[in-house]
Design a protein around this ligand. Structure first.
Ligand SMILES: CC(C)(COP(=O)(O)OP(=O)(O)OC[C@H]1O[C@@H](n2cnc3c(N)ncnc32)[C@H](O)[C@@H]1OP(=O)(O)O)[C@@H](O)C(=O)NCCC(=O)NCCS
Length: 152
């Protein structure tokens, strides 16, 4: 299956599918309006995974000078555990590197073991915790990946 997965820039017609995945993936999902706004602002660093002409995952990032921030990533529950999250993350990291990013940051719920494992596997480390970061009072880890000069 893996070789048939295409990771490409999001297009406006993908956003309804991104929203569907977002709403089944998070307890406090972005609204469709939020997704549309993120697309309008960050479309250069907004990627989707496509399989059989279906959008099955997405990742959104943003750059502030040398800092890259991962805003959101999710994979359709039926397609998880097949390397798609990894492909999306590597695509965004590659984009960040090509645009001068030196440090990549993200926030992840302290109880989100699948996501924490994915980030650790790529090389992210938990640096600190923010207490009650989420609306339900859950804490998050802030994780960082330091991009090496020779990797650029
Ligand atoms: C996190 C998420 C994007 C991972 O996507 P995925 O396509 O399933 O990830 P991959 O198949 O590329 O898995 C890569 C690694 O992640 C970890 N991982 C993924 N699913 C896991 C699970 N259920 N339990 C433990 N580790 C898991 C493993 O380390 C895995 O590596 P391995 O296959 O060598 O064991 C997906 O679970 C998801 O959409 N979750 C809901 C949304 C979310 O929590 N997003 C992150 C917000 S910070």
């Amino acid at each position: 299956m893996e070789k048939e997965i295409l990771v490409r820039r999001a297009r406006s017609e993908d956003l309804v599918h991104v929203y569907r995945i977002e709403s089944v993936s998070f307890e406090y999902p972005y609204s469709k309006g939020d997704i549309d706004a993120l697309f309008n602002i960050y479309r250069d660093s907004f990627f989707v995974a496509e399989y059989n002409k279906l959008v099955i995952g997405y990742i959104i990032g943003r750059i502030n000078r040398y800092l890259g921030h991962i805003i959101s990533i999710a994979v359709d529950p039926s397609y998880r555990g097949r390397g798609i999250g990894t492909k999306l993350l590597l695509k965004l990291i590659d984009y960040f590197k090509r645009h001068g990013v030196r440090i990549i940051r993200l926030e992840v719920s302290c109880d989100n073991y699948p996501a924490i494992s994915l980030y650790r596997k790529i090389g992210f480390h938990e640096k600190y915790k923010i207490l009650r970061y989420y609306p339900d009072g859950k804490d998050c880890y802030v994780m960082f990946l330091f991009v090496q000069e020779h990797q650029a």
